[in-house]
Each structure stands twice: as structure tokens, then as C-alpha cells.
Design a protein. Structure first.
Length: 141
């Protein structure tokens, strides 16, 4: 199922110390509980839905990691892939490909940004344009 997501609200300001503290807690929780949760989910999906369930879970993880990359590397991508007036990377609810596609539409990709987009097009034609504002969520049945 493909769902359209259209939320353009700005993030609320946050106390920097709270942000740093929550970041550190999230890293600790991820390191200690992530592997257990990953193994449990793989086995649960494998035994309840078979290989299809594992594939759906892998897709959910891939999209989440892509969204993390959009936030984590926003400053690098904004500096290397787009012009000054381009659509900015960094929205935590958006994939890298979606932001890349928006810049492709706007004509605000740099040469390096066009190269990255071209490489994605070799793997999946019109990947960034097809990714705009969309994320793929397997059915929850």
C-alpha cells in the first residue's frame, strides 16, 4: 500500500540539553535492545508470514534508516547536492530520495546532486521523482 504524507509543519523548538540527553538515551537503548528486537522480529515474521514477512520488515527498516540518513546527513547533502535556494534535506519524516526528487523538480540540484540522482535512476528509473512525498508501508494484515 502506498500512503501519501503531507505534513509541512515546522518542528517545535527544543531545549538543546534535552535534545542531547534524549539523543544519548536513544543511542544506549538502541545498542542494548536493538539486536534483541531485530532478532525477535526476524524470527516472528519468518514463522508467522514466511519470507514475505521478513521482506516487509526489511522494507520498514530500510525506510526508517533512509529517514534517519536524511536527518543525519542533512548538512552534507544541503551543501553538496543542492543550490542555495533548493528544498532542504533534514525532514525526519521524509526519505533522502523524496528530498532529492523535490530538488530535481525544482531544478536546484548541483552537478553532484544530478550525478547521485542519475545513479539512482540506473538502479530504479525515476526513483527520486517517484519517491516524492510517498513512503511505502506494507499492509498490516
Amino acid at each position: 500500500m502506498i500512503l501519501k504524507h503531507q505534513d509541512c509543519k515546522r518542528d517545535k523548538p527544543v531545549n538543546p540539553l534535552i535534545g542531547i540527553l534524549l539523543f544519548l538515551i536513544s543511542i544506549v537503548l538502541f545498542v542494548f535492545t536493538g539486536p534483541l528486537g531485530f532478532i525477535f522480529a526476524l524470527l516472528q515474521q519468518l514463522f508467522t508470514k514466511g519470507l514475505r514477512g521478513v521482506g516487509e520488515y526489511a522494507l520498514q527498516l530500510a525506510i526508517s534508516i533512509d529517514q534517519l540518513g536524511n536527518v543525519l546527513m542533512q548538512h552534507l547533502f544541503n551543501g553538496l547536492w543542492i543550490t542555495k535556494n533548493g528544498y532542504k534535506f533534514g525532514n525526519r519524516d521524509e526519505t533522502i530520495s523524496s528530498a532529492l526528487g523535490k530538488n530535481k523538480q525544482l531544478g536546484t540540484l548541483t552537478g553532484f546532486g544530478r550525478l547521485i540522482d542519475g545513479l539512482l535512476d540506473i538502479i530504479d528509473p525515476n526513483h527520486s521523482l517517484n519517491s516524492i512525498d510517498y513512503y511505502i508501508e506494507p499492509p498490516s494484515k
